[in-house]
Design a protein around this ligand. Structure first.
Ligand code: TYD
Length: 223
């Protein structure tokens, strides 16, 4: 494609934070710890995730992770459908009333997993998600980086379609995340997920405190 990417827009009072990284890196644990800390300080927090942050999203999650095998394009469209509905019905309304929205995965998952992992092209997949979300990008994206050989051994239960995609696929997605973060500027906070979880959380809180101050959300105090 030759057209420029759609321009991301920020037209809400709230704060949007996404957690990204490979499977088994501890995203949901870090998200919960951050949510508790913010809630204790009186901040309205909406915790959500992709895929599956809505009722329709649950059905899409089931289809994409546990359903029949689908082509890479179908997979990308299923994630984009989940995202479009999630943003329109959960994320934007919360941001408009001034909440802090914490999502376990967002658009960068599609860019890394479908754009690079499934080799659909990062720019095309990003364009699809920006169209689906009317250009909504997070204010902060926390990338928890870990060797996928370590991350995948932390998982329990039967592996889903993506977890079964193979070691090379997961190495590609890790590289895609790191490259994107390196080129993506101040939206990104990259943390070594092999560090103790308290240390990782302290770094997340420190950054979120600065962000809330910058965006004029009432001070949450020191981490
Ligand atoms: P996740 O909910 O993190 O898995 P789990 O609950 O099993 O830890 O994500 C489900 C899988 O979907 C994960 O392997 C990453 C993949 N995924 C994509 O490939 N593209 C996307 O856009 C998203 C949001 C997730």
């Amino acid at each position: 494609m030759t057209d420029a990417l759609p321009v991301p827009r920020r037209d809400h009072r709230g704060v949007f934070v996404s957690f990204e990284g490979g499977d088994g890196v501890g995203k949901s644990t870090q998200l919960s710890l951050l949510a508790e800390w913010l809630e204790q300080r009186g901040v309205e927090v909406v915790r959500t995730r992709e895929p599956g942050g809505t009722t329709l999203g649950q059905a899409l999650r089931d289809a994409v992770l546990h359903g029949e095998d689908v082509s890479p394009r179908t997979e990308a469209l299923l994630y984009a459908t989940d995202r479009a509905h999630h943003v329109a019905s959960v994320v934007r309304p919360a941001l408009e009333r001034g909440a802090v929205v914490l999502t376990d995965r967002y658009l960068d998952s599609s860019v890394a997993y479908q754009g690079d992992g499934r080799a659909l092209g990062t720019e095309e997949v990003e364009r699809l998600s920006l169209w689906a979300t009317e250009g909504l990008l997070p204010d902060l994206t926390v990338l928890l980086d870990l060797d996928p050989d370590v991350g995948l051994t932390r998982l329990s239960g039967a592996p889903d379609r993506l977890e079964r995609a193979g070691a090379e696929f997961h190495r590609r997605t890790r590289r895609a995340y790191l490259d994107r973060a390196a080129a993506g500027g101040t939206r990104w906070l990259v943390l070594d997920a092999a560090r103790p979880r308290e240390e990782v959380q302290a770094a997340v809180r420190e950054r979120v405190a600065v962000l809330l101050e910058q965006l004029g959300v009432p001070a949450v105090g020191s981490p």
